[in-house]
Design a protein around this ligand. Sequence first.
Ligand code: ATP
Ligand code: MG
Length: 211
Amino acid sequence: MARGKFITFEGGEGCGKSTQVRRLKAALEQRGVTVLLTREPGGTRLAEQVRSLLKDEADDPPCDRAELLLFLAARAQLVRKVIRPALESGTWVVSDRFSDSTLAYQGYGRGLPLDIIREANDFACEGLKPDKTILLDVDPETSRARMRGREASTNTTADRIERAGDDFHSRLRKGFLEMAAAEPSRIVTVDASGDEDEVWERVWKSLTPIL
Ligand SMILES: Nc1ncnc2c1ncn2[C@@H]1O[C@H](COP(=O)(O)OP(=O)(O)OP(=O)(O)O)[C@@H](O)[C@H]1O
Ligand SMILES: [Mg+2]
């Protein structure tokens, strides 16, 4: 049995990750590929509990280092219990965010040391790297507008991390683009402006090398 491929989607809030992840799953399944979708943080019972701790709005929000370690704890559990076994059984895994988000948010965003995060990420993932990472890149105005649209249509409000200021979000974007420049064979930057169909066409095309 050939090992499954591991594809991750990255980018700031509202760039369209969850939308494109669903389209990719459907397109792969149409080709007869078994696909498992995972989201980060989450995907196992423990990791979903960590997710709610991270989203907690109570009076004791995690400090930056605690936040980093909680994300990594959730990821370690997801890799060990779900992602690795799936890949080994030939299932393709598509993840809505993965390690690169930690480097972007806790490193470029919060300012924790990048080298420590890289090493800790590697430790948490037991060295597992995505075969391909799609970085959905869009300007901040567009992503803000999409977020507002989603909040209105789903009757929700922004969470603790989503509410971080514009400065934080521009550091994030810069971080993601730097990471893509540093690992061009794994991370492909896809222009996420335009409607869902246009973005999807770019995503699908960028995956041809591994299909
Ligand atoms: N290309 C697009 N053009 C316009 N609207 C879009 C596009 N892609 C997604 N949307 C809409 O924008 C909102 C945000 O998209 P989505 O939830 O897929 O983003 P996300 O990257 O998963 O966000 P988050 O990081 O918050 O999970 C949704 O309401 C979605 O329907
Ligand atoms: Mg999403």
